[in-house]
Design a protein. Structure first.
Length: 479
């Protein structure tokens, strides 16, 4: 018995010595191997964070009242509660959102639509009826009254937040039947009786007409608005009381989310922006980066980064984080890319924690979906990521490592801000990696608090960091 015990003890000590020797060797080998890993610099610019002339106030954690900047909240989802309560619901939340560092909110289409009290606003009838005219079976819209909308916008501005209007100008709905000489039929294109008396329309203002048979696209069989018609241009952005100018100067909206911009040429948004101003982003639903970049450049507008959206879906849910090396709009032009994880139309990404960690640490203008923030995910974790985005996510981006399960990228800092390193782990166990920072002989920490390590970078700026399973860590200088 004693001999057996002695033998087992010797074997145990031998194994421990071997393991220690192996660990030491592996540590050196892993560092040496890491130093041979190619760093991919995916953006090349002067390092400024995404902003449309907005300035972060570190004392309050909020943004001053200029267009754009920071983090956007999509302040609705499909089929929010009807009954005219939504504007008040959002108003009750903007102070907390502002305190969390959200810089802007995107509202649903605010004017009266064909489906009246049940409409989400994407079937617009009267662009000047915000819930103060009795038409389409209601006075208020689904979301509330004009006075409640104005109160919401005022409250958001008090919190130094911008308010973006969802603009639907591809198509209209709710007109009356009229004889149409261009089609030889009756069409629902008579909008001469809109209650506001503004922007009256008829068959001359919709395709097909004297300007052609069609434009770039139509939607759902609705009358397709003809932007080539000077009457339409004048009422959308030209005259002093045009739709865009009324929204901006009277209703006090600060910017625009343009719906279904595939349906008309990018020159339309370009003309709106040139005449009206304000931040703008277009919904061009396409994963082709070349197409997104073409549209953004020609529209002089930001665009939702659907290329990033679909790559995140394939990477996180398809267990291949190396796909995050692929091209995306934010890599082409971070100043015209609005990134998102889900919205009122799309909710395909399952591993949303990783996706939000990605967009809130990388370049572009990140958007948070209302239901993710208020209902489905951990609000405290999202608030932490918003803080990290506002305070640490600066400079160009370099990818340090990627494989199926792991992705590590570095934000290189800007104007005295030291940047960060983000580590995404899609595996079921803790992971560790040697990486090169921009910081020599500096103690760093994980600003998510998930790792308790406080490592110090070497003189050559290398350091070992870790990441919890199916999660993320974000590292920067401990100060």
């Amino acid at each position: 018995m004693k001999e057996t015990t002695r033998t087992l003890l010797c074997l145990s000590l031998l194994f421990t010595a071997f393991a220690c020797e192996k660990d030491g060797s592996s540590e050196a080998d892993s560092l040496e191997a890491a130093k041979k890993t190619k760093v991919i610099n995916v953006t090349h610019h002067d390092g400024k964070p995404f902003s449309t002339n907005n300035q972060y106030n570190s004392a309050t954690g909020k943004y001053v009242a200029n267009p754009g900047g920071g983090v956007m909240m999509q302040a609705f989802y499909w089929d929010v509660p009807a009954g005219g309560t939504w504007w008040n619901t959002v108003k009750s939340k903007v102070t907390a959102w502002g305190n969390a560092g959200v810089g802007s909110i995107w509202l649903p289409p605010a004017s009266k639509a064909q489906n009246g009290p049940y409409s989400m606003g994407y079937d617009p009838t009267d662009y000047y009826d915000f819930g103060d005219y009795n038409q389409n079976g209601t006075i208020e819209t689904r979301f509330g009254s004009k006075s409640e909308l104005v109160s919401l916008i005022t409250q958001a501005h008090t919190e130094n937040m911008q308010v973006y209007a969802d603009i639907v100008i591809n198509h209209n709905s709710g007109g009356q039947l009229e004889n149409n000489p261009y089609t030889g039929t009756q069409t629902w294109t008579n909008f001469s009786g809109v209650a506001s008396g503004k922007f009256t329309r008829n068959y001359h203002d919709f395709y097909k007409n004297s300007y052609g048979n069609n434009d770039e696209g139509s939607f759902g069989g609705y009358p397709d608005l003809c932007h080539a018609n000077p009457h339409v241009q004048d009422w959308l952005w030209g005259r002093a009381d045009a739709v865009g100018k009324y929204y901006k100067n009277t209703m006090k909206f600060d910017g625009w989310r343009f719906d279904y911009v595939k349906g008309f040429g990018p020159w339309v948004v370009n003309s709106w922006n040139a005449n009206v101003g304000g931040f703008s982003v277009g919904e061009y639903w396409d994963s082709n980066v070349n197409t997104l970049e073409w549209w953004a450049n020609n529209a002089n507008s930001s665009v939702f980064d659907f290329a990033c959206y679909y790559k995140m879906h394939d990477a996180f849910d398809g267990n291949n984080l190396a796909l995050l090396n692929d091209d995306m709009m934010w890599k082409r032009n971070p100043y015209k890319a609005v990134t998102f994880v889900s919205n009122h139309d799309t909710n395909e990404i399952w591993k949303k924690d990783l996706a939000y960690a990605y967009i809130l640490t990388h370049e572009g203008y990140p958007t948070i979906f209302y239901r993710d923030y208020e209902e489905w995910l951990d609000k405290n974790k999202l608030n932490n990521l918003i803080w990290i985005h506002n305070n640490k996510a600066t400079g160009t981006t370099s990818i340090l490592y990627s494989d199926n399960d792991e992705y590590i990228a570095r934000r290189n800092g800007y104007n005295g801000n030291v940047g960060l390193v983000v580590y995404l782990n899609n595996s079921s166990s803790w992971q560790e990696r040697w990486i090169q920072t921009n910081w020599a002989n500096a103690q760093i920490k994980d600003f998510t608090g998930q790792s308790t390590w406080y490592p110090t970078t070497q003189a050559d700026k290398w350091v070992k960091i870790q990441c919890p399973p199916n999660s993320y860590s974000v590292w920067s200088i401990n100060m």
